[in-house]
Design a protein around this ligand. Structure first.
Ligand SMILES: Cc1ncc(COP(=O)(O)O)c(C=O)c1O
Length: 373
């Protein structure tokens, strides 16, 4: 499956769902950092290292060192070859269980290494602020608490009640502002300027080193993986999968997964420049990003095999499938990887498929509705 064409389907919107290796080779997928000016000029100052300078991926040595930081707080998460999910997929299916970190999502790894780096550089601030739909905020809240740093997190109005409660329980001062993640993020940046707090970005090399440990664990534990599916929100997970693959010299193809209702990364990779896209997903809040990050795009463009878009309907089906087949709870973004594999199942026969249950933090009421639908 090295040269891909759109899915052989008469469903027109699905054929639109793929950025293939062939159109990447035709140029649509190549990074053009100098030609692209992110529409973030007013908010990029505080995140300059994340958005403007080329992001170097962590080396094997740096990922191994990051793992030691992560393992101070929790052990490597398991990866299981689930029989029923494999049967449903028609291929050997592995799941990386990031729902088993102490905050129920992979993000914690990045927060731990980000704060460790601040401490090592002797620049641990008195207070931090960040923006989130929930899991990044839990990660920053956990790490801030561990380092005795005051932490404020901005979430959009109507954010997950249970993620909000989990952040507050970690000592976070929660600020509800804006109608989507981007508005919360811009508000967090202006509050950081006003209050002198350190703004923690959603995408940064010191987050990537920690997040890379999860893919490093997965690739080492299952060297026979042929392909892995990675959900994309702001891109730390996908770029970390790329980093771990390159560090280990693993052969697996990496497929990016976006919500069909939040397509900035798919659109931007296709266009070769940042393309803002409206967000309307009701289930995959971890993937609900409106403006892609240029640094993340630069890393993804040459290394992702292609992109799959999954609808909320497909994500809900995957949440049910994962629950019925493994009795693990997946939040929307946490089920997107398996949903994408299911969308492409007819192309995966005979292959070893890696999926990630990247988070399990779905509100009980939402999950009940998904199960009963
Ligand atoms: C459960 C889950 N999966 C996937 C993602 C997307 O990750 P990233 O923002 O690193 O692309 C997120 C982001 O918050 C998430 O919470």
């Amino acid at each position: 499956m090295t040269t891909r064409t759109p899915l052989a389907t008469d469903d027109a919107h699905k054929s639109d769902m793929l950025i293939t290796r062939s159109n990447r080779e035709a140029g649509a997928f190549s990074p053009r950092p100098s030609a692209v000016k992110p529409p973030l000029a007013d908010v990029s100052q505080l995140e300059a290292t994340a958005s403007e300078s080329p992001t170097t991926l962590p080396t094997l040595q740096q990922i191994e060192a990051a793992a030691q930081v992560v393992y101070r707080e929790f052990q490597a998460t398991p990866q299981y070859h689930w029989a029923l999910l494999s049967q449903r997929l028609g291929s050997e299916c592995w799941v990386k269980h990031e729902n088993h970190t102490p905050v129920g999502a992979f993000k914690l790894r990045g927060g731990l290494t980000y704060f460790d780096r601040l401490k090592r550089r002797g620049v641990l601030p008195g207070s931090v602020i960040s923006a989130t739909r929930g899991n990044h905020g839990q990660s920053i809240g956990w790490a801030a608490r561990a380092h005795g740093v005051a932490c404020s997190i901005v979430v959009p109005l109507g954010n997950s009640l249970e993620k909000n409660a989990a952040m507050r329980a970690l000592g976070v001062t929660l600020i509800e502002y804006g109608t989507d993640f981007q508005q919360s993020r811009e508000h967090a940046i202006s509050l950081a300027t006003q209050n002198g707090a350190h703004m923690v970005p959603s995408f940064h090399p010191d987050l990537l080193s920690g997040v890379s440990t999860y893919w490093w664990e997965f690739f080492k534990a299952v060297p026979q993986l042929d392909v892995v599916y990675v959900p994309i929100g702001q891109g730390s997970g996908a770029c970390s999968a790329i980093a771990a693959k390159l560090a280990l010299g693993h052969k697996a193809r990496i497929v990016g997964v976006v919500s069909a209702h939040a397509t900035t990364y798919a659109d931007s990779l296709m266009a070769g420049r940042i393309v803002e896209a409206p967000v309307s997903t009701l289930l995959a809040d971890g993937m609900a990003c409106r403006i892609a990050d240029q640094a993340a795009l630069n890393i993804m463009a040459p290394h992702l095999d292609h992109i799959v878009k999954v609808s909320d309907v497909e994500v809900a089906q995957a949440m049910r499938d994962i629950y019925i087949d493994t009795h693990n709870v997946a939040e929307g973004a946490g089920a997107a990887s398996y949903a994408a594999a299911m969308q492409e199942r007819h192309l995966l026969r005979g292959q070893v498929v890696g999926t990630t249950l990247s988070g399990g933090n779905v509100d009980a009421g939402v999950f009940a509705k998904v199960l009963l639908a």
